[in-house]
Design a binder for this molecule. Sequence first.
Ligand SMILES: NC(=O)c1ccc[n+]([C@@H]2O[C@H](COP(=O)([O-])OP(=O)(O)OC[C@H]3O[C@@H](n4cnc5c(N)ncnc54)[C@H](O)[C@@H]3O)[C@@H](O)[C@H]2O)c1
Length: 321
Amino acid sequence: MNALVTGGAGFIGSHLAARLLTDGHRVTVLDNLSTGNTKRISRLAVRFIEGDVRDYRMIRQALQDVDAIFHLAAVVGVPHAMTHQWDSLTTNILGTHNLLNAADAGQIPIFVASSSAIYGKVAQSPVSEEDDICLGNTHKPSWTYSYAKLAEEELALAAAHERSVCVKIGRYFNVIGPGQSAAYGMVVPRFIARALRGDPLPVYGNGTQTRTFADVEDVVNATLAMWNRAPWGSVYNIGGQQEITILELARKIIQLTHSTSEIHLIPYELAFGKGFEEPLRRRPSTAKIHTLGYTPRFSLDETIMRVVKSMTEESESELTP
Ligand SMILES: NC(=O)c1ccc[n+]([C@@H]2O[C@H](COP(=O)([O-])OP(=O)(O)OC[C@H]3O[C@@H](n4cnc5c(N)ncnc54)[C@H](O)[C@@H]3O)[C@@H](O)[C@H]2O)c1
């Protein structure tokens, strides 16, 4: 393949780019570096184009000789999207519209990265691809990211059904692993960075909200399992299975890092303002992705330790003159 990875200077995109190269493919990365970083791909033999997925001409340029698209560019994370609503909505909606149009024009198959955020307040656990979704009031910025990713999925499905574009959609649940930034509100790298410094770990609400976490290497494997074996026009959950409360997660990270950090419970209102809402539970049914022969390799503890190792090495290399 000669693959385009949008958002390839980001966390998941850079791992995907590395894996595609290892598998013998050629890779072009298109990224506007808003949250991405060229350091992540500096050792990879990729063609890098700095540009915005909202710019259709830029996409046509990036697609020269390309025969596979992995569309991961997005303004990511609920807290970050809350303060970057315009960018979040336009990147997801206009950007995805552009990519789908270009895929249609060039008859290029495309994978679109969606998110568990589209399930919103759905309470059942595990949640499956066929379940209904339930999002909050449009006035509450805590749902902006969900609406953006939902619109992205709807566009992708419409392109598949009405224009016969070869689309596959992966709904990622919380993904963690080496190289993820702590700066955009992702809980695991933020907790680990703070635990390594001995700073308090802020847990929002009473900490009983649960999440699952998947290792980025497993997520890349699941993405490629979809690419190779899923039918066109299909949607698959991609995520971890070990459900854990955020309070337990904080305790686990303190224990695994031998940290002296305390846990501070912070009311949602204080952290995010009035009216903030978040799902109480979020665990995917992964029965569908398992039918493609995918099995995860890493446990939560193993992935946490992989992140700890990479953060420790990173700070040591910064200290080396
Ligand atoms: N990390 C997770 O837990 C998670 C969970 C669910 C879904 N996802 C989805 O996976 C994808 C990758 O997420 P990630 O965690 O690697 O995030 P990330 O922020 O590390 O990567 C996103 C990349 O997109 C780039 N980008 C943003 N706006 C752009 C634009 N307008 N034009 C070009 N590039 C742009 C950023 O610079 C960044 O490099 C996203 O689509 C995200 O919605 C991630």
